[in-house]
Ligand binder design. Structure first.
Ligand code: TYD
Length: 230
């Protein structure tokens, strides 16, 4: 017989984050996966960072308008953290506790990469902020979509049309190369949580790769055994 805490853990939804550089196809892939999970009767919501809750969307506007750049990378990190805190408490945790799957477009790895590796913010400061904002809420799986920089930027330009480039899109090629490298490193350092997906293919092909990664990471026999032990 399971204790109430054990039953609650089993009922909890899964938390899947999507990461990658500009034009890596995150929004298309998140939508495809959400449709597939909902179709399999696993109630699923899609959300994003920065943003995803009323308070966090206000901060999103501030940061992506270019204001963050004026404040410097440390203060910009604090803004991302403030947005995350609201998003986690208002949206992500309540959904997971109700058994809903949460697919999130960007999460803590974005801060580690954009503010940490590229903005050179002290990793100790970033870790301290993670402890405050997410505590032990680690993603069950992080899908990292990997595309060559030229391909990603080409896709981003096409998608944007005549709209103005945001704060990060307008950075140079070197920035985007470092970004890609930093994500690949995260996947190498944490292969249990992360799946690095070759996203230089059509949406359907990448979708099959994402689905396979999800099955391998979340529904492997090891995971099922762990689940039945709990
Ligand atoms: P967005 O318009 O959501 O585009 P996309 O995710 O398709 O790139 O832009 C969000 C931008 O914010 C993106 O360039 C990465 C950046 N960002 C950070 O710098 N740190 C963070 O912690 C997060 C969540 C995002």
């Amino acid at each position: 017989m399971k204790t109430p805490a054990e039953s609650k853990k089993l009922m909890r939804g899964r938390f899947v984050t999507f990461e990658g550089g500009e034009g890596s196809g995150k929004s298309t892939q998140i939508k495809m996966l959400a449709d597939r999970l909902n179709g399999a009767r696993l109630k699923t919501i899609v959300t994003r960072e920065p943003g995803g809750s009323a308070g966090a969307e206000v901060i999103r506007h501030l940061v992506l308008s270019g204001m963050g750049k004026l404040l410097g990378p440390e203060t910009e990190s604090l803004l991302f953290a403030a947005a995350r805190d609201d998003h986690v408490n208002q949206v992500i945790k309540p959904a997971l506790e109700h058994g809903t799957w949460v697919l999130c477009d960007r999460f803590t790895d974005s801060t580690r990469v954009y503010q940490g590796k590229l903005g050179k913010v002290d990793p100790k400061l970033l870790r301290a902020m993670e402890r405050v904002t997410i505590g032990d809420l680690k993603p069950d799986l992080t899908i990292i979509l990997d595309v060559p920089v030229a391909v990603g930027l080409q896709r981003a330009i096409k998608r944007r049309g005549n709209a103005v480039a945001d704060r990060f899109e307008e950075e140079g090629l070197g920035f985007h190369e470092k970004l890609r490298e930093a994500y690949r490193q995260i996947a190498t350092d944490d292969p249990v949580r992360c799946a690095l997906i070759d996203a230089n293919a059509d949406a359907e092909t990448v979708g099959s790769r994402v689905w396979k990664a999800l099955r391998d990471h979340l529904f492997s026999s090891a995971t099922l055994n762990e689940g039945s032990k709990a």
